[in-house]
Design a protein around this ligand. Structure first.
Ligand code: MTE
Length: 323
């Protein structure tokens, strides 16, 4: 099988990433091949790690206060939500290998002056990649700390020159029934493709990351290969995976979870310990790895700890109403 590498041959990874950073990360990536698959007793071919993630060149996040709190690679890549492959946390690592990610392109259109298509190779060549260690908080009250690799979504959008009347951005995931067993299931609840959206100022915020990797390597399929969104101050369902289409719109786009259950999942979905989910509290979260013996319960922070950077986006809004 053809294996893609995204490494710029003129740059040794040690030029980009200090060895100490790699060593620290390496402790958390099990040396065994396909650690996450092995943890589930799967062969590499049965798992989403079948096409081994390739190393990326990027500017490391060495200053993050979260460096010591990283969630191990195995947990990040084996406990997933990716309903296209099933609703159990272990379904994505077992079944996402069926998704073909080469070739891959995203279509960018709607209210932009220069609509078009970008191929993955051009994305990887055309943007400077950087590592961002972010807290990641699921609406289901579990959380992780992940070293993502990507570039600001703003840089991508600017290339397509959004029109002034474009106030929102809509995202769509790949929908390929033959490769996505969850979309064929009779228990499938989502009107595919999976869709998400942001207000334009949220999309342009410097924390909003177009993500192509984690732990210094390309994304495994179960984490949304080859390209996903990460919006660290919002519940994880906003961080849409395996994106194939982006549209700038004048009206607030419909989103999958809001459409499914509007009383439980809002368009904004900002992490907020003060506003409970109708069926559970959002005051605390289970930080992975966690077990019955060591639940690792930590208090949830307003805007997931990014209040200082993003609260201004919502000045004057009633966050109980716009949840
Ligand atoms: N994107 C798509 N296309 N399909 C999904 O089911 N699940 C969301 C989000 N993006 C989902 C998705 C939810 S609920 C969460 S918590 C995160 O992905 C999980 O990301 P992770 O598996 O990388 O931790």
């Amino acid at each position: 099988m053809k294996r893609r590498t995204y490494i710029d041959p003129t740059i040794a990874s040690s030029d980009v990433t200090p060895e100490s950073v790699f060593l620290n990360r390496r402790d958390l990536i099990k040396a065994s091949s396909g650690g996450a698959a092995a943890a589930l007793g799967l062969s590499a071919a049965q798992s989403g790690l079948a096409a081994e993630p390739a190393e990326l060149s990027f500017k490391p996040d060495t200053q993050s206060a979260l460096l010591k709190e990283l969630t191990p690679y195995d947990d990040v890549t084996s406990y997933n939500n990716f309903y296209e492959f099933g609703t159990d946390k272990s379904d994505p690592v077992q079944h996402a290998h069926a998704m073909t990610t080469d070739p891959w392109a995203i279509k960018i259109g709607g209210l932009v002056n220069q609509p078009g298509e970008l191929h993955l190779e051009d994305i990887l060549r055309g943007f400077d990649l950087e590592e961002r260690i972010y807290r990641f908080r699921c609406v289901e009250a579990w959380s992780m700390v992940v070293p993502w690799v990507g570039f600001p979504l703003a840089e991508l959008l600017q290339r397509f020159d959004p029109k002034p009347e474009g106030r929102f951005v809509e995202f769509k995931t790949l929908y390929r029934r033959a490769e996505m067993r969850g979309t064929r299931s009779f228990t499938s609840i989502i009107d595919w493709p999976y869709r998400e959206g942001l207000r334009m100022d949220e999309a342009m915020h410097p924390l909003t990351l177009m993500t192509v990797g984690l732990y210094g390597k390309t994304l495994p399929n179960q984490n949304g290969a080859p390209l996903r969104l990460i919006v660290p101050w919002k519940y994880g369902f906003k961080s849409i995976k395996s994106i194939v289409e982006i549209n700038v719109t004048a009206k607030q786009p419909n989103t999958s979870w809001q459409e499914l259950q509007p009383s439980e999942y809002g368009f904004y979905a900002n992490v907020n310990p003060e506003v409970d989910h109708p069926r559970w509290s959002q005051r605390f979260e289970r930080r992975l790895p966690s077990s019955i013996f060591n639940p690792n319960r930590v208090p949830t922070l307003p805007f997931n700890g990014y209040e200082e950077q993003v609260a201004g986006l919502y000045a004057g809004m009633d966050l109980r109403k716009f949840y």
